[in-house]
Design a binder for this molecule. Structure first.
Ligand code: AMP
Ligand code: FES
Ligand code: ZN
Length: 316
């Protein structure tokens, strides 16, 4: 197959857009998809200064690389979750990436703060991953707010978001559907805008981009992700995509044009409880829907030392 753009031998085949690209043209394609996403969903403006949450994985490192290439001011944030056999390697990948390019990486060292996720998880009311999510969201927002950034960017790609969409639709989670967008506004004082610039690119494309750009990332998944429901939704969508290329993006994009039909309701917010208005957590000062935010409640339970009975986690 020849490159759709320059007719050189193609190395990356993309059935979903009926194209194939040589390495240089593929990288150009990826950059253009980011620019298109930025324009389509109004993600980044000239005044923005972003904090990119980098996990050490392919998506977030590629995102940071691409944003910097496109001239966006972007620092990195790595949260060391303290997960044995995973966090040390992913931290090294994120740190090496930053050092090699002279970029600034902020690191939140949870074990050093006595907040490693494996230590807190038994005190969460849901699964290990849900507790991890509470901790990550807390520090995403806090680090971006304290650092004076205008928004927080994450490396969620099309597969992540289409999989989550399928899960939310299968359970008709209206509240979550209303809030599933590539850009979530800062709807309360101290709450950061969150953006997902990789929304037009899928997992395979991000892996190919890293490979062709020499980005060294952690290949292993978090050990707690194995068997996660979110992976099953992705598998199902991949099967449909292999039968009907292009379906995944159409599914997601068509949903975006209908998203406002869904209304946020009870159970949607950083605390995933209550319908109340935003306020400040009385303990940490971060935006919260309850008197005390879910992160501080978790820490309080851990301090008291009474583990919760974990129940299966409804996906978000
Ligand atoms: P995940 O929820 O693990 O699929 O990750 C989704 C996105 O969250 C990644 O693309 C990153 O942008 C961000 N992220 C996940 N884990 C971390 C971490 N330990 N530190 C900083 N950002 C993270
Ligand atoms: Fe949080 Fe795996 S990264 S549980
Ligand atoms: Zn709090």
């Amino acid at each position: 197959m020849k490159c759709t753009r320059c007719r050189a031998p193609a190395q990356v085949r993309l059935p979903r857009i009926k194209a194939g690209f040589c390495p240089d043209c593929f990288k150009l394609y990826v950059e253009r998809q980011i620019k298109r996403a930025v324009k389509q969903f109004d993600l980044i403006g000239p005044e923005d200064r972003l904090l990119v949450a980098v996990s050490g994985g392919k998506d977030s490192l590629a995102l940071w690389d691409l944003l910097v290439k496109l001239g966006v001011r972007a620092d990195g944030l790595y949260i060391d979750l303290g997960i044995t056999g995973y966090s040390a390697t992913s931290r090294e990948k994120a740190q090496n990436f930053a050092d090699q390019r002279g970029l600034s990486l902020r690191v939140v060292d949870l074990p050093a703060r006595g907040e490693a996720v494996p230590g807190l998880a038994p005190f969460g009311s849901r699964s290990f991953c849900s507790t991890c999510g509470i901790v990550k969201r807390h520090y995403f927002n806090r680090a971006a707010a304290e650092g004076g950034y205008s928004a927080l960017a994450t490396g969620h790609n099309l597969d992540d978001e289409a999989g989550r969409l399928l899960g939310n639709l299968l359970r008709w989670q209206d509240g979550y559907l209303a809030k599933q967008a590539p850009s979530l506004p800062a709807e309360a004082p101290g709450l950061m805008r969150r953006i997902k610039p990789l929304i037009r690119l899928d997992e395979y494309e991000m892996a190919a981009y890293c490979f062709l750009s020499g980005i060294d990332y952690i290949i292993e998944e978090c050990p707690h992700a194995r068997g996660a429901t979110s992976l099953k939704y992705k598998q199902v969508l991949n099967h449909i995509e292999s039968l009907m290329p292009g379906t995944k993006w159409n599914f997601y994009a068509e949903f975006q044009s209908r998203r406002r039909r869904f209304t946020p309701g009870p159970g949607v917010g950083p605390d995933e409880a209550g319908t109340g208005a935003w306020r400040q957590c009385s303990s940490c000062g971060q935006p919260s829907w309850l008197e005390v935010c879910s992160f501080c409640r978790l820490k309080q339970k851990a301090a008291l030392g009474t583990p919760s009975q974990a129940t299966p986690s409804p996906a978000s």
